[in-house]
Structure formats: C-alpha cells, structure tokens
Write a protein that binds this ligand. Structure first.
Ligand code: FES
Length: 200
C-alpha cells in the first residue's frame, strides 16, 4: 500500500527572547500590588494585562524572563502568559522604537483613508509596516480597531490616540514627536486642534 508522505506544518510562532533576569522595580511592584487588590484573591490572573503592561513599560518589550516574572505574580504558568502576549498586538516580544505608531486598518479607518496615512508615514520615516527606523525612534505597525471609529482614521502613538488624521497631518505629527518628544503625547491632540480650528 502506498502511503502519502506526511505533511508537517511548521508553526510561524517564534520563541520569545530569553532576556536577562527580570523583576519589577519597587515602583512597578507597588503598582501591581495595588492593582491586583481590585480582584478577588482567587482571581489574581484578572490582573494579567496590567502586569504585562508594567513589564513592557519597564523594559520596552516583554522577554521570556519577564513572562516568567508575570506568571509568578499572577499565579499561572509562563505558557499561559505567553498565550496572552501573543494574542494582543500591543505587547512586543522584540525591541521597538521609542514611539510605536499603530495605524488602525479596520473598516471605519480603512474607508476614511487609513491606507494613505500608512503610506504617508512610510514615506516620512523611510520604513514599511513592521519595521523600526535606523535611529530606533519610530516603529510603524498596522493594527485592528482601536475603538475610536467615529474619529477615523486613528493612529495610536504608544498610549496616545491621534484621531481624524489625514495624510497631510503626518509630517506635523512626526516632527512634533522629533522635536518635543514625550511632551507631544498629550492625548487626542489632533482631534482637539481640529475642533478648535473649526470653531475659530
Ligand atoms: S475602525 Fe479604526 S478605530 Fe475602529
């Protein structure tokens, strides 16, 4: 009897970088301890997103060592932590730029020109989605709905929403980040500026 050769599908999943020893700073440990108290003692794992957010805040991305630390804090296995990390696009397992530009590509933003915003950012930064510029300042990625569909197109810069963004706004956004740094991250400022312009 002829047997067809077995076909194996190689998973595209990559192992997380091991990273050096990791533990929360005292400040982050205090924040975690305060947050986890919001949940019943038998549901500590409900704090997993906040625990990972703190780890990423601390070292810029989440290494395997950080996942083990989070697992200890939460009371679950490192594999369960890795499942969460690999599900959410806001967690990074490799180094990223100082500013991560997340362009929403879901329907409302797509209909309002998100592709042109991505193209304008690519041209301004000289990188394509998924890349970091050579200076390590900007990473450009495309993500799914950011929950501000009524103000499409939306670009989230780190934790900061920039809404109603047109391709011609991109240069100003990038220049603002280059010249003012974190001070440029003031929350939804383009929407506010445009609203102010409309009423002036
Ligand atoms: S579709 Fe872009 S924020 Fe919802």
């Amino acid at each position: 009897m002829d047997y067809a050769p077995a076909k194996f599908h190689k998973s595209a999943r990559e192992l997380a970088e091991p990273g050096g020893a990791f533990a929360y700073t005292p400040e982050h440990q205090a924040k975690f301890d305060a947050n986890v108290k919001c949940y019943p003692p038998d549901q500590r794992r409900s704090a997993i997103l906040f625990a990972l957010y703190l780890a990423q805040r601390q070292q810029g991305y989440v290494t395997a060592a950080a996942m083990r630390h989070v697992a200890e804090q939460i009371g679950c296995t490192p594999a369960e932590v890795e499942d969460v990390v690999s599900y959410y696009t806001m967690f990074f397992t490799k180094p990223v730029g100082t500013y991560v530009l997340n362009v929403c590509r879901t329907l409302s933003c797509a209909l309002r020109g998100a592709e042109r915003v991505t193209a304008a950012l690519s041209a301004e930064l000289g990188i394509t989605p998924g890349e970091t510029d050579p200076t390590g300042t900007f990473t450009l990625i495309e993500v799914e709905c950011l929950g501000a569909c009524d103000r499409a197109p939306v670009v989230m810069v780190n934790d900061d929403w920039h809404e109603c963004l047109a391709p011609e706004d991109v240069r100003r956004l990038v220049e603002d980040l280059r010249t003012r740094g974190p001070a440029a991250l003031t929350g939804c400022h383009l929407h506010k500026e445009k609203a102010a312009e409309a009423t002036s």
